[in-house]
Ligand binder design. Sequence first.
Ligand code: MG
Length: 397
Amino acid sequence: MSETTATALIVAAGRGARAGAGGPKQYRPLAGSAVIAHTLAAFLRHPRIDAVRVVIHRDDRDLYAEAIGALAGQDKLLAPVIGGAERQDSVRLGLESLHDPAPGRVLIHDAARPFVPADVIDRVIDGLDHADGAIAALPVFDTIKKADGADHPCIADTVPRDRLWRAQTPQGFAFAAIRKAHAAAAGRAMTDDAAVAEAAGLNVRLVAGSPDNMKITQAEDFGMAETLLGRRAVAYEYRSGHGYDVHQFEPGEAAILCGVAIPHDRKLKGHSDADAGMHALTDAILGAIGEGDIGDHFPPSDPQWKGAPSRIFLEKARDLVSARGGAIVNCDVTLICEAPRIGPHRAAMRGALAEILLVDLDRVSVKATTSEKLGFTGRDEGLAAIATATVRLPGEA
Ligand code: MG
């Protein structure tokens, strides 16, 4: 049976001597946050990564805590573990720390590759449907020369390049297999985890990496990384969508609106919990990314959604945005009804929506109005909700 998710193991225990003075490169600032914060964010926001474990050097506990900042509050981010003398030791210790329960699949990634695209993570996970391992890699297009070993080297040979690939990370594996392979390889130095897998006889697939997935190795790489980030910043595009929903009142004890149960002498009638505010907002987000509406993703004809809490609809819309490498910029919901009174519950509603969308409170607005006793809302027969949402997506550039 194929699994759709994986745990990420981020290796951050290196000293980074080649990147020059200024401490380990993974903790140095890059466009306002530490290199490792960019790397962790890429995995934490990916919907198919269910947990992230970081392996750090024993001297770097404070550097790590400072570098990750607000990411520390994310449920997916496990406490860091301490690595060993060499990268291979750190990976082995990191793998051994993953138990209770052990993951089915693990993606091993270098902290110094902060720009790993979401689609590369998807391809590595998908590759594991077909092999024990799958690594991100790029075919070699430059002609490869082998040197003769002299102080002023000359060419000894030209290496045929037609089957050569450059290995990147993430490198993904069936967890139990790579854990065993690393235990067996302890003390024998190998340059990457795929080599450890190969030595154990595992088959490892090559899947397409990305030229953007650069490794920060030398001091000069920071300049190139800033340029790459700058190009990405201008390549973002912003999209908006709107949603509208109506539900009728029927006898009951509470109306659920924007995730908050408001005591009332009636409830909203519907197939799910009938949270019109959350439905309108879900449709607004789906509209912004051209993903249809709630009914397309959760058909009302399907009995499994009967009485369902509407947060699962909103979570789905949120995950579809993050699967594209996007983010929700802000949203605004207006509830239109004569009763119940919304005002006392607005703060709780904003909090509930912000918590589901994983955004700051000031990006979520909830407002209410009456319709001056006009129309179906004015006659108190039902409630209407309208919503707008703005999302940021990586551009096509
Ligand atoms: Mg509805």
